[in-house]
Ligand binder design. Structure first.
Ligand SMILES: [Cu+2]
Length: 169
């Protein structure tokens, strides 16, 4: 069992290396808004008919006061909520952060699968790998910030990961 896991990890590490050799370093989109710097905004392709999709990104607060990510909307969705995924006693639960997600000064907050994430509701069309999905995110202090999610593969864990769906075109 343990051996098997190690082997899988090795294969994944290999795949990552291999992908890294083939794919030119992706120039990550960097969006500045006031004291905030937002990078690595991405989402996942939605399999047949799914009406919701997650959104992930990294937010750095270079300022001296806290800001708060409240939510947003976009071309394909009228409602984006900030959610938190937690696991307790083996059960995963998701809840909306009604008061938003605080980005403390000097800190970097990463929204990623299994933790904080954005949730796009009532998608008007499916997300396809390779698409860019324009959204507007609303912050308490930085205001409305335009950016787009890079749509990766269905099982992607993030940009640049083996299953990240970096296309080789
Ligand atoms: Cu959610």
């Amino acid at each position: 069992m343990r051996l098997e896991r190690l082997t899988t990890a090795r294969i994944l590490a290999c795949a990552a290396l291999f992908a890294g050799l083939l794919v030119a370093p992706a120039r990550a989109q960097e969006v500045k808004a006031g004291d905030l710097v937002i990078t690595q905004a991405w989402s996942r392709a939605t399999p047949g008919g799914a009406k919701v999709a997650g959104g992930y990104l990294t937010i750095e607060n270079k300022g001296s006061v806290a800001d708060r990510l409240i939510g947003g909307w976009g071309d394909l969705t009228d409602r984006i909520e900030v959610h938190q995924m937690t696991t307790s006693n083996g059960v995963m639960t998701m809840r909306a952060l009604d008061k938003g997600l605080v980005i403390e000064p000097g800190k970097t907050v990463r929204l990623a699968p299994g933790g904080y994430h954005l949730m796009m509701f009532d998608l008007k069309s499916p997300l396809k790998q390779g698409d860019k999905v324009p959204v507007v995110l609303e912050f308490e202090k930085a205001g409305k910030v335009k950016l787009s999610f890079d749509v990766l593969g269905v099982g992607a864990q993030g940009p640049g990961t083996p299953s990240g769906g970096m296309d080789l075109k």
